[in-house]
Design a protein around this ligand. Sequence first.
Ligand code: NAP
Length: 638
Amino acid sequence: MTTNLQALVADDALLDLALSGADVAPMLMVMVHLGGEESWLDEVSPFITGPWNFHENAPEALKQRMRARLKEILLDYAASNRPLPAEPPPHLLHRMLSAGVGGPIPEEYMPMIREETMLDDRDPKTVEWRTEPRGLDKFKAVIIGAGVSGLCIAIKMQEAGIPFVIYEKNHTVGGTWLENGYPGCGVDTPNHFYSLSFEPNHDWPEHFSKRNELWNYLENVADKYDIRRHIVFDTEVTSAIYNEGAKRWDIATRSKDGSTETLQANALISAVGQLNRPSIPDIKGLNDFAGPVFHTARWDATQDLRGKRVAMIGTGASGMQVGPTIAPDVEHLTIFQRSAHWAVSNPNYHAAVSPGKMAALKEIPFYAKWYRFQLMWASSDGLHASLHVDPNWATPDQSLNAANQKFRDDITAYIESQIGDNPDLIAKVVPPYPPYGKRMLRDNHWYKSLTRPNVTLTNDPISHLTADAIVTKDGTEHKADIVVLATGFIAQKMLWPMEVQGRGGQSIRDIWGDDNPRAYLGITVPNFPNLFMLYGPGTNLAHGGSAIYHTECQVRYIMQCLRELIETGAGSMEVRREPHDAFNELLDETHAKMVWAHRGVGNWYKNKDGRVVTNSPFRLVDYRRMTEKLDRSDYIMA
Ligand code: NAP
């Protein structure tokens, strides 16, 4: 535990500030963890009725008593110089966790919780060597991409002493948080959970911080772990061809200055993500438009939008953030909606982290760890069961089951409360399909923005563009000076535009086509030895959780693969067909019962045949279990 308790108790004002900012549930857990007084659980838990509800319900007098008692406990520890206790005993830990989130925690989640909270500050996901690794100096891995995933595995490989080089197409690290510089860009997962488990950040200025903060975080991570020296920036991998004789990948790169290189690597790790190639819609006349046209992920910051007529095509997560952010500045914003998205409100979405809360996170021992647990629990698997189809449900077009219908009712009521007395607009924005069929968005003042006099939402399909307008099929000409394409990404054509060839010169495109990627656990592919993917097929999270959580599961798994390769001295490691196919069968079967496969929904998860290719259908706890331990029998080592 890294908190400096002596310094904290010596600064009474800071201690009081931290206590004043502490939320009830994490404070309760700290008290019981440090003080061992279980009676507090009985007294406080009736006020914690759910994982998101960890503060507001408790009476002020109770909060004050808790703060006073926690202060005494901290002063007592400091005065006696006793070491802070490690993990509470199992029965108490379980009681504490359940009280903290207002419901029982199933036993199967305990390993996951231990890994996310890291009470003893050690990362239990670290893969240790079993024997003295030999031949490390001759081993070389190539990582493609220096975004969250690339940095995460680079840190773990560096710790293990495995040599690697990262090729990054951009000029610096950050991946998606570098490329998406559009106004309003930010994270939709609570920030104190959306960060590497072994590199928590107590300085997030908001509960859902904006892009610059996330990018900065990744820049700092790269510096802290000294990863930049391993990165070749401004350089793309153009092809990777498996050399069967040498059991190596022959990798070709091209730099921004046009120079090319080839090199060999024992292992190839893709950390390119699913959402890094903008999808430019094939709309007639797009090139005829005389003004600037740019995609959200290629935002043209030189364009001053003030006083301009802006047309925005697309209303997904990116559009949801751009629209309300630019609306106050532009002369007019016309939004072209092909299909409506569901968006929920979160009271913390626009809230700054108060100085007191930041102090609690930084100063109170274990507080940040228990707070992370709260957020993890609140935003992970809790919803999963409600996203399954009830085959007997009477209104399957609009919802899946009773819980899903309740979502529909609640969000619809929320939308109505935001829009007011405008039935036409409400009818346009309430989706016909069940909630969670597309990615659930967070309301970024979207509905309120649509009521602004300078904002028009049209759901008439686009016919074509002229030099100064977007013309819809009903014949209306919507004049515009600038067109913003919030049209998403080419997500299903994974590992593209690289040319990746496995055994026998077989291209990954021949196997996957343009939109049908499959992999074992989303990580390995038969006939492609020593190729490992992060955020590969079937690993996007759509029910909840943090993408970083999934990445860390994959990193642990790949680290075990690398250990296997290195310790056994095997030249190659290739997943067998049978576990790969069985996994994909399970994946498809599970998806078929879930909301995003719903026939009434179009989304970036499905390919043109309706197969869900980007998402994981599994609970986090299931995927963790599947990836926790490498089963050697799944692989051919040669
Ligand atoms: P998206 O969800 O794929 O949305 C693209 C939008 O463009 C949709 O409204 C789509 O309509 C529309 N569109 C596409 N082609 C069109 C065409 N030819 N004509 C008219 N409309 C067209 O893309 P995104 O908003 O960039 O988000 C993608 C993913 O990135 C998200 O789901 C999320 O995972 C991630 N993301 C996250 C955040 C965050 O955390 N805050 C922010 C941005 C992105 P249809 O719906 O009818 O297809």
